[in-house]
Write a protein that binds this ligand. Structure first.
Ligand SMILES: C[C@@](CO)(OP(=O)(O)O)[C@H](O)COP(=O)(O)OP(=O)(O)OC[C@H]1O[C@@H](n2ccc(N)nc2=O)[C@H](O)[C@@H]1O
Ligand SMILES: Nc1ncnc2c1ncn2[C@@H]1O[C@H](COP(=O)(O)OP(=O)(O)O)[C@@H](O)[C@H]1O
Length: 319
């Protein structure tokens, strides 16, 4: 039986603008997504029957069909029934390092790893864009998780254009373990409160998304100007999440008062807050300082950095 081990990195949102409503009920977005060096480890084993099994070292993560990794395997089995019956089922073991329900795309990146891994396990030879297209059926952030790096994402998040890779910027992540924000709630509340400012006609939607391509943060990314990137961070969902979750607002404020923090923002629908910092040493010092200021054991802090890659294969085997 064959096996693959892969790493599945988390993401942060350097930019998230909600442009309008879509006929499919989702929101039209303009985002800049960035892979970070905090990753789950996914093992895939062919098993000699037709079942899909998921195991995870975090009890709060469901291992049945609610798991995005399970859904990814099921999608591959439906799309490629001949390969499924030839190679048999898969057992997926997830080693979680990415905080769950954090705005860091933990589930989406696990699903992306399963797509990439099953493509290898079943010798399908799919291209990256075919894998991204499959991923879009599972969640808006899955195509990006297949691609990785630094990317502009438009549409509902699935239309990707690559940007020059960033990798030497350090990040401190802060998240309260017990705090979860529902992505659906965040978008729904935004719609209720701010839909007056939505762009209504399709031509303008596209024009607005195109404007982001030439906007300030993209220019700063092309110039690799870290201080300017940090100044131009933006996330519309903060407008609904910060007032509803004072702890998230407090993290933003504590980061903002640290001298070496170049910029701070909530990632995605939260509740993780990140800070961009020039060096690892400064990032470790910021982590210590935040811990001192908020000595709450419920608060998780990580030092990580931007990374240029998406899903990576660590090893393969035959048993
Ligand atoms: C907010 C973001 C920012 O990167 O990330 P997370 O905070 O989840 O990591 C994404 O837009 C989330 O992507 P993802 O988590 O894959 O979302 P999906 O499963 O597709 O959708 C979850 C729910 O969010 C809402 N949704 C999502 C994407 C979008 N463009 N418009 C929406 O309105 C819908 O209500 C949908 O039911
Ligand atoms: N493989 C997975 N890893 C983590 N969470 C998962 C997974 N599959 C499904 N979920 C569920 O998805 C929800 C969102 O988790 P996650 O993907 O980590 O967050 P986010 O979308 O905010 O980045 C959680 O409530 C969790 O139960």
């Amino acid at each position: 039986m064959r096996s693959y081990t892969l790493t599945a990195p988390a993401k942060i949102n350097l930019y998230l603008e909600i442009i309008g409503d879509r006929p499919d009920g989702y929101h039209e977005l303009a985002m800049i997504l960035q892979s970070i060096d905090l990753a789950d480890r996914i093992e895939l084993h062919s098993i000699g029957n037709d079942s899909i099994r998921v195991r995870c070292d975090r009890p709060e993560v469901p291992t049945d069909e609610r798991n995005l990794a399970y859904q990814a395997a099921e999608l591959m089995a439906t799309q490629f029934p001949e390969a499924f019956s030839k190679y048999g089922g898969v057992e997926i073991t997830i080693n979680k390092h990415i905080p769950v329900a954090a705005g860091l795309a933990g589930g989406s990146t696990n699903a992306a790893a399963v797509l990439v891994g099953i493509d290898l396990l079943w010798n399908l030879g799919l291209t990256q864009s075919e894998l991204e297209e499959l991923g879009a059926n599972l969640g808006s952030d899955v195509p990006f998780c297949v691609a990785g790096g630094t990317v502009i994402a438009t549409g509902r998040g699935e239309q990707l254009s690559p940007l020059p890779n960033l990798d030497n910027i350090y990040i401190v992540l802060a998240k309260y373990r017990s705090l979860e924000v529902s992505t659906a709630w965040a978008y729904k509340t935004y719609r209720q409160q701010f839909s007056d400012s939505y762009v209504r006609d399709t031509a303008n939607l596209a024009a607005r998304a195109a404007a982001v391509h030439s906007g300030g943060i993209v220019k700063a990314i092309f110039e690799k100007n870290t201080a300017e990137i940090a100044q131009k961070l933006h996330n519309d969902l903060e407008r609904v999440v910060l007032p509803a979750y004072p702890q998230v607002l407090q993290l933003r404020e504590v980061f903002a008062t640290q001298e070496s923090v170049l910029g701070t923002m909530m990632s995605g629908s939260g509740p993780t807050v990140f800070a961009l910092i020039e060096s690892e040493q400064q990032a470790q010092a910021v982590k210590l300082k935040v811990r001192e200021t908020i000595p709450d054991e419920d608060l998780e802090l990580f030092v990580t950095r931007m990374t240029t890659h998406g899903i990576q294969i660590v090893s393969s085997g035959k048993d």
